[in-house]
Ligand binder design. Structure first.
Ligand code: 13P
Length: 288
């Protein structure tokens, strides 16, 4: 059931758990995530970066595929189709394409411009029943060409942006996209605590979910994080399972080269990772 993320995140915040955003890259990714969410009766958010949207030939292709697959698989749990780290133009493109949720990442603008553009996009999204995520501070690292040094968010600026009526707020708290370096200092819970004190019941978003230790994930949820984004980890387990299949020579046995066989171990690995994350985030059984 395709819906905006508003209701599922409100419930997550009240219930002290988090909904996972899993980024999609193709049909296998989408199918694996939808089937796992349905099996575990968990709400889920499918994230689409501009780069992944382009790879899949455009946001309208993605929206058409997700809508059709949601119906043909008989998915009953709430699913939000969400733009990840969108530019101003990406947001309008996704609204037109039929996404149910958008993220405007105005974190690289100065706060005045971020507020101005976010305000406009909140009106557009809400008029059409979509949810919207905004960002303050920077998430470090690189994701699909979007690079940031990473910078902790200012709690006062978080409050300003939260007060614009966004449905979820991403705030930099020392998190980064991709693998964490060995000398990473961990999440800045002091900053998160201050942000939550200023923003109250606003669902907070933790980007860079790959590689954050379980105890830090749990602590972040206890301090108001209601949405956690995972992308790289699904890519890593997919690649590892596919490599094992090929290295074992399975693609050379019988019709092992058939893409339905070749991509199956990777797809199963994504399912296992999504299941593990949903259990950790506490969203299992929270579909209603
Ligand atoms: P990872 O790739 O580090 O899991 O981050 C995902 C993310 O934050 C998507 O916006």
């Amino acid at each position: 059931m395709l819906v905006s993320a508003t209701e599922m995140l409100k419930k997550a915040k009240e219930g002290h758990y988090a909904v996972g955003q899993f980024n999609i890259n193709n049909l296998e990714w989408t199918k694996a995530i939808l089937l796992t969410a349905e099996e575990l009766k968990s709400p889920v958010i499918l994230g689409v970066s501009a780069g992944a949207g382009k790879y899949m030939t455009g946001f309208s292709t993605v929206a058409a595929m997700v809508k059709a697959m949601d119906e043909s698989l008989g998915i009953t749990v709430p699913v939000a189709l969400h733009l990840d780290h969108g530019t101003y133009d990406n947001c309008y493109d996704c609204v037109k394409a039929g996404f149910t949720s958008i993220m405007f990442d105005g974190s690289h603008y100065d706060i005045e411009e971020n507020v101005e553009k976010t305000t406009e996009l909140v009106h557009v999204a809400h008029k059409l029943g979509l949810s919207i995520e905004a960002e303050v501070g920077g998430i470090g690292g690189e994701e699909d060409g979007v690079v940031s040094a990473g910078e902790c968010a200012d709690p006062e600026e978080c409050k300003r942006v939260a007060d614009l009526g966004v449905d979820m707020l991403a705030a930099g708290i020392g998190n980064i996209h991709g693998k964490y370096p060995a000398d990473w200092a961990g999440l800045r819970f002091d900053v998160l605590d201050n942000i939550q004190a200023k923003t109250g019941m606003m669902p907070l978003v933790l980007h860079g979910g790959t590689g954050i230790p379980d105890d830090q994930i749990k602590k972040a949820i206890s301090l108001g994080v209601s949405k956690i984004n995972v992308n790289t980890e699904c890519q890593l387990v997919f690649a590892e399972a596919t490599r094992k299949y090929v290295e074992a020579g399975k693609d050379l046995e019988g019709k092992g080269f058939d893409p339905r066989k070749l991509l199956a171990p990777g797809t199963e690995a994504i399912k296992a990772t999504v299941k593990e994350k949903m259990e950790l985030f506490g969203s299992v059984g929270k579909a209603n």
